[in-house]
Write a protein that binds this ligand. Structure first.
Ligand code: 0A1
Ligand code: ZN
Length: 867
């Protein structure tokens, strides 16, 4: 029943309209105060909202409150029934004065909310996800990030089912209600946009701790999980405290509330969410112990816990003006979490991992139909823009500013940014301006990193004049065209560069920071006595594709002796890539340079095991494909397999030694993690050389493991073998962990990633397995995303893989469009493949676009991929 006085028939929703950055207008109405009253239950939740609204500037436009699948039960303005109308889900209210109090009431069913946006139920817990536009699924509201309000939230629920009631800010009061209910009143003193609102109601236990801030304030910390998961929260708590301390020491940022809560839920679309004072996490980024989590899981937990915590300043205290500015908080916060993780472990290994991710996820995006700038110009569905470009390339942009400014000026710039914009909704432009103002360095041209998409290509060519001792480095850049944008301007590319003596293997002079800011630049190095080798883009100081002529033996020398660990790693990878690409082109390759480089790495006393593990990891099949004009998955697979076999057979003794080493599972030091990493990398190579022996060794490693890293490493090797040990190990793993959701995801993922001729059939069977479900994003991705990332299997020439993934996208789209849409880009890469596969992929995209009732999320990704 509604008490509408004016409620004309709502016009049909406009189909998938695009929103443009240049259309930004400040909000018509501000909302200084929000009071919410929740009467919570899984099937029927009543939400009463009271908004204090104030006209913003001189205009006569009505108040527009966004809604998504909401039906108003009642609407009142200043206590009286109001004139309102629904236009495309939005509530439009004509207000005569400049202020008003708006009360709306709606009813929701959290249990029926399969999109996991707004208020939903996960395993008996009620929780919210509001970024980007989920708040409008809870109540009518302007729901845009530049409307900041103070929130007061009352929640009431059945005491037995929901003994714990949490929201943002401070707990003001609790009490008992009627019929076995209880209530809690929360107040958040910091004005915030609606996307940072959160509440949780559930039967949860807490791991509690205290953190004393740099000014001596005590903060109560709590990580809320199901009671029996409490023992698995220790690492997350340690990570949280380390992150809080680090942000004080490195950025001078102190936590601002008296309590900080983290809640873990099993059903969550992304990794975690930085709601003010109440972070909500996908349980995979909270729960870990030696027996169920790998070292990589532990590292990811530390990284995500830190990321969400760091958002308290870079996101919450200073938020985004509009969603085009998303990288303002995400790029900066990713950079902050990367730096934190580097400081907690090995800087070089962390950089290698981050660059690997950038190349695997962002470079393909930048080179494909969905390429967009770090600050996009338009979107249809904003959740499609939580991308590797906005996050990871955005982090690279911040990193480059720090490289150009130097650490001290960068810190002055971040201080100025936080001071100047505290409590505001800011823009990427504001951030760059603060950096300029603090450093005195002009970043006008540098701003192109925010507006030009595409990975710049850099070519390097060096000439050495032995007589004068002058080496001349000629550099050129080209920024490729991307959809809707051609004829780009040269960018500012900071390239850390040094010369290495070809004879001595020693660095010749100091490292230089070259700013390549025109199409072509020439740089001279003097006093170069011996033939120089080029060590360029060290630490990956600019996110570019580098093409450099290399003389015979150059990469080998750099891989063995470049004093910059990242550059050394790069030279080794480039050496492998050249062999792998040649092999995929059908050339007969000499594998001995790769074998000798790997032998050198394995025998080195100077390198730590973690670095060795990285250096011995061959580029993935996808990465090889990214470097080829046309991707032929079968040829790439054969080439990589052949090189792995050759290495495994040639280095058996050294690899066996590395595989036999081990570290106590309870030891989480960087060294112990490195030993385990190297152990499983060595096992994989050994197995390539001798599959029979490999199967035995892997099964032994699997059985003897006292930690998940060794166990999963062994199972990963077994997954691609045809041996009785494979079935035995997978069976044992399933029996042991079938009740553990997160570990069972690994069981699905490993099979989906296996490199066997029957992987497709196995994956199809797994989609019908009783433990598979479309409703849990982690489980769906464990199977579908891992399969789609398995280049050789997914790109089977029959097109069966494309059909399967499309079926899964369409099936999950009906429940959860965000999960579905994130899987579309793998099909969108069709132009990169040989014509038959390209056609088969395209046909599936056509099929998606033609599907009735498609979400706008999937529509945007699929239709843009076809253009
Ligand atoms: N701001 C979060 C990311 C996030 C975005 C959307 C979500 O739900 C659809 C959830 C989380 C972060 O960067 O961690
Ligand atoms: Zn974030």
């Amino acid at each position: 029943m509604s008490d509408a006085i004016l409620n004309p028939e709502a016009p049909a929703a406009p189909e998938h309209v695009a929103i443009y950055r240049q259309d930004y207008r400040p909000p018509d109405w501000l909302v200084p105060e929000v009071t919410l009253d929740f009467d919570l239950s899984a099937d029927r939740t009543r939400v009463l909202s009271t908004l204090k609204v104030v006209r913003n500037g001189q205009h006569d436009r009505p108040l527009q409150l966004a809604g998504d699948e909401l039906k108003p039960v009642s609407v009142h303005v200043d206590g009286s029934q109001a004139r309102w109308a629904l236009h495309n889900d939005n509530l439009v209210i004509e207000l005569s004065g400049n202020e008003g109090t708006i009360e709306t009431e709606v009813e929701l069913s959290p249990a029926a909310n399969s999109k996991l946006m707004g208020l939903y139920a996960s395993g008996g817990i009620l929780c919210t996800q509001c970024e980007s536009e989920g708040f409008r699924r809870i109540t009518f509201h302007p729901d845009r990030p530049d409307v900041l309000s103070r929130y007061r939230v009352r929640m009431s629920a059945d005491k037995t089912s929901f003994p714990i009631l949490l929201a943002n800010g401070n707990l003001v009061e609790t009490g008992e209600g009627e019929d076995g209910t209880h209530w809690a009143l929360w107040d958040d003193p910091f004005p915030k946009p609606s996307y940072l609102f959160a509440l949780v109601a559930g039967d949860l236990g807490a791991n509690r701790d205290i953190f004393t801030t740099m000014s001596g304030r005590k903060v109560e910390l709590a990580i809320w999980v199901r009671e029996n998961d409490l023992p698995r929260t220790r690492h997350a708590m340690d990570s949280l405290k380390a992150a809080m301390r680090w942000d004080e020491e490195v950025y001078g940022r102190e936590y601002d509330l008296d309590l900080f809560n983290i809640v873990a839920v099993d059903d969550f679309n992304f990794g975690a969410m930085e709601n003010k004072g109440l972070n909500i996490f996908n349980s995979r980024y909270v729960l870990a112990d030696q027996d169920t989590a790998t070292d990589a899981d532990f590292d990811n937990i530390a990284g995500v816990v830190a990321h969400e915590y760091f958002h308290n300043w870079s996101g919450d205290r200073v938020t985004c003006r509009d969603w085009f500015q998303l990288s303002l908080k995400e790029g900066f916060t990713v950079f902050r979490d990367q730096s934190f993780s580097a400081d907690m472990g090995s800087e070089a290994v962390k950089r290698i991992d981050d660059v690997r991710l950038l190349r695997a996820a962002q470079f393909p995006e930048d080179g494909g139909p969905l390429a967009h700038p770090v600050r996009p110009e338009s979107y249809i569905e904003i959740t499609n823009f939580y991308t590797a470009t906005v996050y990871n390339k955005g982090a690279e942009v911040i990193r480059m500013m720090r490289t150009i400014l130097g650490a001290d000026s960068f810190r002055k710039g971040s201080d100025l940014y936080f001071d100047r914009h505290d409590g505001q909704a800011a823009t990427c432009e504001d951030f760059v301006t603060a950096m300029e103002d603090a450093s005195g360095i002009d970043l006008s041209q540098f701003r192109l990193w925010y507006s030009q998409a595409g990975t710049p290509k850099v070519t390097a060519h060096m000439i050495h004049d032995a007589a004068t001792g002058v080496a001349t480095l000629k550099l050129a850049q080209h920024v490729p065209d991307t959809p809707g944008h051609s004829g780009k301007q040269p960018m500012v590319l900071p390239l850390k560069t040094a010369l290495i003596g070809a004879d001595s293997g020693a660095q010749l002079g100091d490292e230089r920071l070259i700013l390549l800011d025109r199409e072509e630049v020439e740089v001279e190095f003097e006093g170069v006595g011996e033939p120089p080798l080029l060590s360029i883009n060290r630490d990956f100081s600019a996110p570019v594709l580098l093409q450099s002529e290399r003389r015979a033996g150059e990469l080998e020398t750099l891989a063995a002796s470049d004093p910059n660990p990242f550059a050394r790693y790069e030279a080794g990878q480039e050496l492998m890539l050249r062999a792998l690409i040649a092999g995929a082109r059908g050339e007969v390759i000499d594998s001995s340079p790769v074998i000798e480089a790997m032998r050198g790495t394995l025998m080195s006393n100077a390198l730590d095991p973690a670095f060795k593990g990285e250096a011995l990891t061959m580029p993935t099949e996808a990465m090889i494909g990214d470097r080829m004009e046309i991707v032929d998955p079968d040829a790439i697979h054969a080439s990589r397999d052949a090189l792995r076999r050759a290495v495994g057979a040639a280095l058996t003794a050294l690899l066996s030694e590395a595989q036999a080493a081990g570290a106590a599972g309870s030891d989480l030091s960087p060294h112990a993690k490195g030993v385990r990493r190297l152990k499983s990398v060595a096992l994989a190579l050994l197995t390539a050389g001798d599959p029979g022996r490999g199967a035995e060794l892997a099964k032994m490693q699997f059985d003897a493991a006292d930690n998940m890293t060794d166990r999963q490493g062994a199972l990963m090797v077994l997954a691609s073998l045809d041996a009785p040990e494979r079935e035995a190990a997978f069976g044992a793993f399933y029996e042991r962990y079938r009740a553990d959701t997160l570990v069972l995801d690994k069981w699905f993922a490993l099979q989906a990633a296996s490199q066997r001729p029957d992987t497709m059939s196995v994956v199809e069977k797994l989609a019908a397995h009783r433990d598979f479900t479309l409703k849990n994003p982690n489980r769906w991705r464990a199977l579908v995303a891992n399969f789609a990332a398995n280049q050789w299997a997914f790109h089977d020439a029959s097109g069966r893989g494309y059909r399967f993934v499309t079926d899964m996208i369409l099936a999950v789209d009906r429940l959860n469009p965000q999960v579905a849409a994130r899987q579309v880009p793998v099909l969108g890469r069709w132009r990169r493949f040989e014509p038959q596969r390209a056609e088969l992929m395209r046909a599936q995209l056509e099929r998606i676009v033609a599907t009735p009732g498609l979400s706008k999320d999937v529509f945007e990704q699929a239709s843009k991929s076809l253009v």
